[in-house]
Write a protein that binds this ligand. Structure first.
Ligand SMILES: Cc1cc2nc3c(=O)[nH]c(=O)nc-3n(C[C@H](O)[C@H](O)[C@H](O)COP(=O)(O)O)c2cc1C
Length: 223
């Protein structure tokens, strides 16, 4: 598979088969993605990959924690900035509307939307979950570099016939995950990722989100 094809076909996959992925396949995948660049070659990421009983323990932990506190745990790194302006807010709304249409949930049906959102905390049925851990001392640059690593993993997953969904939703459980994983005092879970073989029959996986035209976000000067 060439890079263009991997970029084009990668989508956020939200329904998976239970086909397992082995530890050796995971290690090979991580080693390949480790070629992702980072400023100063700092490689600011650390990952924790879970499957089987460990994955289930996290699903149970999430269910229990969110039942008691549906708004999620306090964090000083919220998923979106306060007052997300335009055109960003409209893009976010549009993408949510398209997704809920695919799964037959009315945009105004808050309860059903919450039920769908809860699937995040079961990794959308994926057999593998990946957590990206970063040191709290890192700045915005290192968070961006961790994102490059994540996208590299997502593209390499395509090449292997796997699929991914990045999951900032796990940022709602930073305190519990920190305790569960025994992270160092200064470490935090930035993001999660669901990983597995895609369920190609699931209608949610036919969602192919829109993008702004090049003219909308790029200026070409001096050509
Ligand atoms: C860092 C990151 C975190 C994300 N977190 C979530 C999430 O928690 N739950 C979810 O369903 N989708 C999540 N997404 C998926 C985005 O909604 C998706 O990338 C966007 O709508 C574009 O669609 P596409 O990935 O299918 O191209 C996340 C994406 C990124 C890049």
């Amino acid at each position: 598979m060439d890079v263009s094809q991997a970029v084009k076909q990668r989508i956020s996959t939200r329904a998976f088969l239970d086909t397992p992925i082995s530890a050796s396949e995971i290690k090979d995948w991580l080693a390949a993605a480790q070629r992702a660049p980072s400023g100063g070659n700092v490689q600011p990421w650390r990952v924790i990959v879970v499957t089987g009983d460990e994955r289930q323990a996290i699903v149970d932990l999430a269910g229990k924690t969110l039942m008691a506190n549906p708004a999620g745990e306090a964090t000083d790194r919220p998923i979106y900035p306060k007052g997300l302006g335009e055109p960003y807010m409209e893009r976010r709304r549009r993408c949510a509307a398209m997704m809920y249409e695919k799964v037959g949930i009315g945009y105004d049906d808050k309860m059903a939307r919450m039920g769908w959102m809860a699937k995040n905390f079961e990794f959308f049925g994926a057999p593998v979950g990946v957590f990206f851990v970063i040191d709290e001392s890192m700045g915005h640059g290192q968070w961006a570099h961790t994102g490059m690593f994540m996208q590299t993993l997502a593209l390499l997953a395509e090449e292997r016939g796997w699929a991914t969904c990045m999951q900032e939703a796990w940022g709602m459980l930073r305190t519990s995950l920190k305790t569960h994983f025994g992270l160092a005092e200064t470490e935090m879970v930035y993001c999660g990722m669901a990983l597995g073989h895609p369920d190609k029959k699931a209608s949610v996986n036919t969602l192919y989100t829109e993008r702004a035209e090049v003219e909308e976000f790029a200026e070409l000067k001096g050509f």
